[in-house]
Design a protein around this ligand. Structure first.
Ligand SMILES: *Cc1c(COP(=O)(O)O)cnc(C)c1O
Length: 457
């Protein structure tokens, strides 16, 4: 059996609507061919993101009822703090309402002009928070990360030789090194414990703090459990505790592996640094025992952190993502390999090999996905990252043109994945009918959210 059956049964259902092709055609036209502008009730399978879109369990919903909404010293905070300490081992825990606020607190405290933050790959909000504080965000992934078809494990790793060279040359200007697990921007690829250990050792040697951006730590620990020598006999929480033991701190978007719709935290060993964060926290989030969340949200995170580490869940979770990837690959559709923990990435340059990067092959594919099948994916390519060269006026394309199908946690069944794979396989036969696009409107920053486009007939 390629796919383990869902390790849960369904207690509450949410109706999803199948629209007609005509209806979708009209909605696309109104949306300027931008799937961010399509109302979600007209989407059949929504694979826009895995962030905050997961289904909570009965236990988490029950937790909401016992949330303590006291402004200070809430019971729910202490439960939350105990759970984070138990899993990560870090004593100083600050809740935030999303991961990016943890990044804001940290980087506004430690960054300045001339400083460099090093990561395996900065997630986009991480990079933005570093750059907002005038520092440089330097990515040092292993070179395999740039080869999308290479089906090798641990493509999320950091290049330790380059890390060492940078630490040697510039240690005084490196306030932090961060390992993102799994490496989201590099396709949700896992990082090996060996690599984490190596990066940690180098950081210690040079006296630089080492943090984990741990949004998908449980999925990463599952990959370590399955594929890294010496970890088969360990539980996920044991692997997680070892992973965190190599670091000085971490921050988390709990909207991923803590299985909640909103939440996050930052946690660390260093009391001096921990004491500096709440000054800004109070300004932008609230009192340090709730950090922009309701007491009930803290309960849900405390429960979800453990549910996210259950082996039956992680086996099903990673198998479901891989199942979708395998079905597409078996149909001859180029995807980024190996399939990572939370999403399947279609190579839009290969799928739409008749459309050049400046005509947005990835967006054209997202339009076709919605028009033909009511599926929403997201382009990660020329619309998101491309720009015009100010000197030549020519389009500068990013390295890859991808469409990401991110799988929400515990939301869709295997039958939905089969539907997605079969729809895309069907579209692949007629792929040369997918039309190139041009922009009719773009905002000066983060244009992909609000851009409007039209088809070039
Ligand atoms: C989602 C994410 C963030 C940002 O978290 P938000 O909760 O969306 O603010 C940071 N890092 C990684 C790796 C993420 O996946």
């Amino acid at each position: 059996m390629r796919f383990p059956a869902e390790p849960f049964r369904i207690k509450v259902v949410e109706k999803i609507r199948r629209t007609t092709r005509d209806e979708r055609e009209q909605l696309l036209e109104r949306a300027g061919l931008n799937v961010f502008m399509i109302p979600s009730d007209a989407i059949y399978v929504d694979l826009l993101t895995d962030s905050g879109t997961g289904a909570m369990s009965d236990q988490q919903w029950a937790g909401l009822m016992i949330g303590d909404e006291s402004y200070a010293g809430s019971k729910s905070f202490f439960k939350f703090e105990a759970a984070v300490r138990d899993v990560t081992g870090f004593p100083y825990v600050t809740p935030t309402h999303q991961g990016r606020v943890a990044e804001n607190l940290l980087f506004s405290t430690i960054c300045a002009a001339g400083k460099t933050i090093i990561a395996n790959t900065h997630f986009d909000t991480t990079r933005a928070n570093v750059e907002m504080n005038n520092a440089e965000a330097l990515d040092l992934p292993v070179k395999e990360a740039y080869d999308p078809q290479l089906g090798k494990l641990w493509k999320g790793n950091m290049d330790l030789e380059k890390l060492e060279a940078n630490l040697k040359a510039n240690r005084d200007n490196i306030p932090l090194v961060v390992m993102t697990v799994t490496n989201n921007s590099a396709g949700g690829q896992p990082v090996s414990m060996e690599n984490i250990r190596g990066a940690s050792r180098l950081c210690k040697q040079f006296g630089v703090p080492f943090f984990i951006d741990c949004a998908r730590f449980a999925e990463n620990c599952w990959f370590i459990h399955e594929f890294e020598a010496g970890y088969k006999g360990k539980t996920i929480i044991e692997i997680a505790r070892e992973l965190f033991s190599h670091a000085d701190g971490c921050w988390m978007s709990a909207k991923k592996d803590a299985l909640v719709n909103i939440g996050g935290f930052i946690a660390m060993n260093d009391i001096e640094l921990a004491r500096r964060l709440p000054q800004k926290l109070i300004l932008i989030e609230g009192f340090p025992t709730y950090g922009g969340l309701a007491g009930r949200d803290l309960e849900a995170v405390a429960i979800g952190l453990y549910e996210g580490m259950e082996p039956e869940y992680l086996q099903y979770r990673t198998a479901q993502v891989r199942y979708l990837g395998d079905m597409l690959w078996d149909a001859g559709i180029a995807i980024v390999r190996p399939v990572g923990g939370h999403a399947v990435f279609i190579d839009a340059k290969a799928f739409c090999d008749h459309i050049s990067p400046e005509q947005f092959p990835g967006v054209a594919l997202t339009v076709a996905l919605y028009r033909e099948a009511g599926i929403r994916g997201v382009e990660i390519g020329s619309l998101m990252f491309g720009h015009l060269d100010p000197a030549t006026g020519k389009h500068v394309a990013p390295h890859l043109e991808l469409v990401r199908l991110a799988i929400p946690r515990r939301v869709y069944t295997t039958a939905h994945m089969t539907y997605v794979a079969e729809s895309i396989t069907e579209m692949y036969k007629d792929r040369h009918k997918i039309k190139p696009l041009r922009l009719t409107y773009e905002a000066p920053v983060l244009r992909h959210f609000t851009a409007r486009l039209e088809e070039i007939i």
